[in-house]
Ligand binder design. Structure first.
Ligand code: MTE
Length: 299
């Protein structure tokens, strides 16, 4: 059953092109606002449709399969994704090794069309199918001392050339603060466009945290741990100056080597204007999670 979160992008949100162009002309014609219209790139929220499955599955980051954008599609075919077991441990009432089916049994799979923003300043719109991470956590029972959730990706050297080549340290690890993990936007995705998630996109189950840079959305999860300390995360371990634990999408905090103010929409065409990046990738409802926090210091 498709439940659409209020910030979902659906085809219904697509502004007819003619209307959009009209509005721009209207703005441009209004005294004082002309400069604004001329300077500001049109934002995706107004005229976006989900990317095609070809775009979503042929432009990937998945270092276990290589560092190039087309390496995952080329190399992930041999990955073994069934049977799949996920270890749930740490501060939980029901720890154990769960089969994927058992972990998801009884939970509602939903469709969520989310904007996905990589730290490398490109973005896509992806129609995911999945369950809320909160539902899984509630099912296994989070104990009161738990403050963070740590995740780990499978290491399958025989099918993963990037693992054999040691391109970065593996397993790939990620983490969220417990309140981030429990937020209803946070998804464990098992599908795209209504079909099982392709290997290069994180089969059989991956995290999707739409207000954070894409590297937080860890693929092929085999371990979920409830812990009381901030867990180590792969890109932070590699370069803490460039990749923080929080990594919330934030147009006002640049990456040390490039601006985060704008982004390129994958599939937007060679000459398409870059679009403005939105705070929290447009998912304003998470702002309360960070009230009183300095988001420049906690990037
Ligand atoms: N998960 C694992 N295990 N290994 C990775 O290299 N790359 C991350 C994230 N999850 C990565 C990962 C990065 S940098 C991004 S932008 C997203 O996956 C890319 O997801 P996509 O390929 O489905 O677009």
């Amino acid at each position: 059953m498709a439940y659409r979160w209020k910030n979902d992008l659906t085809p219904a949100h697509v502004t007819p092109k003619a209307l959009w162009l009209n509005r721009r002309q209207l703005i441009a014609g209004t005294a004082g606002l002309g400069a604004l219209a001329a300077a500001g790139a049109a934002h995706a929220a107004d005229d976006l449709t989900p990317n095609t499955i070809e775009e979503i599955t042929n432009y990937n980051n998945y270092y276990e399969f290589g560092t190039g954008k087309t390496d995952p599609a080329a190399n992930a075919g041999a990955m073994v994704t069934s049977p799949w077991s996920i270890k749930v441990d740490g501060m939980v009432d029901k720890p154990g090794d769960y089969s994927l089916a058992d972990l998801l049994d009884g939970l509602t799979t939903e469709e969520r069309i989310y904007r996905f923003r990589c730290v490398e300043a490109w973005s896509m719109v992806i129609p995911w199918n999945g369950v809320e991470l909160a539902d899984v956590l509630n099912k296994v029972g989070v104990q009161s001392g738990a403050k963070y959730v740590a995740f780990e990706t499978i290491v399958q050297p025989e099918t993963m050339p990037g693992v054999r080549g040691n391109v970065i340290p593996f397993p790939y690890v990620e983490g969220l603060r417990l309140d981030e993990a429990m937020h209803p936007l946070t998804l464990l995705a098992t599908g795209i466009y209504g079909n099982p998630i392709p290997n290069q996109s994180g089969a059989p189950i991956r995290l999707v945290v739409p207000w954070k840079y894409g590297f937080k959305s860890i693929k092929a999860i085999v371990r979920i741990s409830l812990v009381d300390q901030e867990p180590p995360t792969t890109w932070n371990k590699l370069n803490a100056r460039e990749y923080g634990f929080y990594s919330n999408v934030n147009p006002t905090v640049d990456h040390p080597r490039w601006s985060q103010a704008t982004e390129r929409l994958v599939g937007g065409g060679l000459f398409a204007a870059r679009q403005d990046t939105l705070m929290f990738n447009g998912y304003d409802e998470v702002a309360g999670l960070y009230e009183g926090m300095d988001l420049k210091a906690n990037f």
